[in-house]
Design a protein around this ligand. Structure first.
Ligand SMILES: Nc1nc2c(ncn2[C@@H]2O[C@H](COP(=O)(O)OP(=O)(O)O)[C@@H](O)[C@H]2O)c(=O)[nH]1
Ligand SMILES: [Mg+2]
Length: 216
């Protein structure tokens, strides 16, 4: 029984990776750079994407955001209210986006209109890691309010991400978290090869450095 389940899981992941590959090429054919933002509920993904999106639009980039959520359109509305083009993508009950859902979203978007595609994944530090969507970059956002053990507890999502971000630096003191504990854990996990970006989506500090990391 266990072996059958493992086989099924392997097939699902393989099918996802194949479609992710197709999404990647579709985005490339249209000259679009893309990033998938993963992270817990409340880490500040929406706030950070709005800040990044607005700055990119200010630099003349044409930006589209895909708002991934289990149900509802709260984040989609926040993106639109911030003046960003956005598409809502509900998973129904799944705890992560997958490449097939993104393929369906991309089919409804006029890709010639955009330079940058930003995807907000469903709030979750576990499941999205296994499901690449076909973006150039995968980013993980954690925040000081989640405590100082996020890297130690969630190796996989950090190992599967190109860019790691620690948000809510403005309230680290207030919640009694030392950010250096988190950044040191990340350095240890990545063998010192990569640094974690620190920022405050609320205040705007550190956001330009994250944009530079993507090369948008
Ligand atoms: N103080 C502070 N609050 C933040 C920051 N980023 C996001 N928030 C707040 O944290 C809450 C969750 O943010 P949201 O963007 O919805 O998180 P998401 O669930 O990851 O998309 C909201 O009330 C935000 O205003 C930050 O850098 N500093
Ligand atoms: Mg959100």
């Amino acid at each position: 029984m266990h072996i059958v389940q493992a086989g099924m899981e392997f097939d699902v992941l393989r099918a996802n990776n194949k479609i992710a590959h197709e999404n990647y090429h579709l985005l490339k054919e249209h000259g679009i750079k893309s990033v998938d933002f993963m992270g817990s509920i409340g880490a500040g993904k929406t706030a950070l994407i709005i800040e990044i999106g607005k700055r990119l639009v200010g630099r003349g980039k044409r930006v589209c955001v895909i708002a991934g959520d289990v149900t509802g359109d709260d984040d989609f509305k926040r993106f639109r209210e911030a003046g960003l083009d956005a598409v809502n993508c509900n998973t129904g009950k799944e705890c992560h986006l997958d490449a097939n859902l993104i393929r369906k979203c991309l089919a409804d978007i006029d890709l010639d209109k955009y330079d940058v595609m930003i995807i907000e994944n469903v709030g979750n530090l576990v499941c999205p890691a296994d499901f690449p969507l076909g973006t150039d970059f995968r980013a993980v956002v954690v925040s000081t309010t989640e405590g100082d053990d996020m890297v130690r507890k969630h190796h996989a999502v950090f190992q599967h991400s190109d860019v790691a971000i620690l948000n809510k630096m403005d309230i680290a003191d207030a919640v009694g978290v030392d950010p250096s504990v988190i950044t040191k854990d990340y350095n240890k996990l990545t063998g010192g090869l990569k640094n974690m970006y620190t920022c405050s989506a609320r205040k705007g500090n550190g956001v330009d450095e994250i944009i530079d990391a993507f090369g948008f």
